[in-house]
Design a protein around this ligand. Sequence first.
Ligand code: FRU
Length: 449
Amino acid sequence: MNDPNGMVYLDGVFHLLFQYNPGDSVWGDIHWGHATSRDLLNWEEQPVALASEPDGLGMIFSGGAVVDGENTSGFQRGDRPPLVATFTHHDKHEVQVQSLAVSTDGGQSWEKYPHNPVIANPGIKDFRDPKVIWHRAGGHWVMVLAVGDRVHFYRSGDLKDWALAGEFGRTRGAHGGVWECPDLFPLPVPDGKERWCLLVSINPGGPNGGSATQYFIGDFDGEAFVPEHEDIRWLDYGTDNYAGVTWDGLQRVDDRRLLIGWMSNWQYANKVPTSLWRGAMTIPRELSLYRDRDTLRLANGPAREVDKARRRVAAMQLRAGNSISPPGDSALDLVLKIGEAPELELEFSTGIGERLLLALSAERGELLVDRRESGWMEEGFGCEISAPLVHGLHRDSELRILIDGSSMEIFIDGGKTALTALFFSSEPLSRMALRRTASAAVPLALYRL
Ligand code: FRU
């Protein structure tokens, strides 16, 4: 599997559809797989939602889904609002067009719209990944679409007829690769009116090589997006959080924007050493805007469902030279109180000499993960991954590390700085040592999920 798709919430159920090759563990013959969850952690796989049409419109590339609460599309049958998915058809001549699929049973089954495509290809090679949102102020739908290394905005009243309304990106953002999987949504600002956030994944051209997701904060009037900053900003500096987008529909009952990303990188996604399956998602993350030294930034920390599900197994004061082997074998959630001036180095290791290093230095303003001795290392995987500390630390600053099988998701202060990285050691990294710290001791709480 690769990208998350069609993320929509209705009646207590989170739907997560995804790029899926049912016949192989490398990319190809892409369908939309489907999984559902009520708590965002336990997922039940459902039958394939949308099958590829090899001799017709083609594979089912990425896109989103919305709850059409007012039945603007006229697709409703029965009591439940229709769910409308927008996706890219990619045919054998590599022509990309935008299409619809509809669920009238609350997301359980999906049917392609018989009059697909709804947006024809204007003669552009990379023209894909439509994500739709209801624009409340304008009273219409907006689609954001990745086009080359820009995004285009379309508008519609009924999700079927779309008109091009604007574009963004020519002079802003990172352009080291093609733009993919955009998302667009408003978020509240701590002390005032809302702002619009635009997420754009880019491949290659990420801050640590290969694919990564950049974001913009600004204003959007339904046609034009005006960013309020010139600098390039990354949602997550790690190598392994890509194509993340957010759930639609949740905002009808709960004012949260939750994101899930694909936990891999096109640099090595088809090669990583797993068997039977390949590909996983990040844990769900809540997006929020925060103000730091006069600048608005976007944080992505673990959703509160993760906090609810974890249980504490130990708490201790860790001194330089101490090492621990946390009991249990489910996902580990470590919280370290780092304070405002951390200088520390953690080593996670197997019993057979493989290790992953994490170094955090306030002085250098950097969080670093070194996976050069962590096991599997092909395709440039054995590298150092660096994140600048994008926000200012304070007395109560916390470093949180989620380790699940072969992934590490690192958050400082609820995801103000985030770094996600895969690793493939031949045995679990069951030992953790504090190799160095500038403080007398580091308070640590250990949880299992
Ligand atoms: C991003 C992406 C999308 C495309 C899909 C194909 O990872 O390249 O742009 O729709 O994957 O699987």
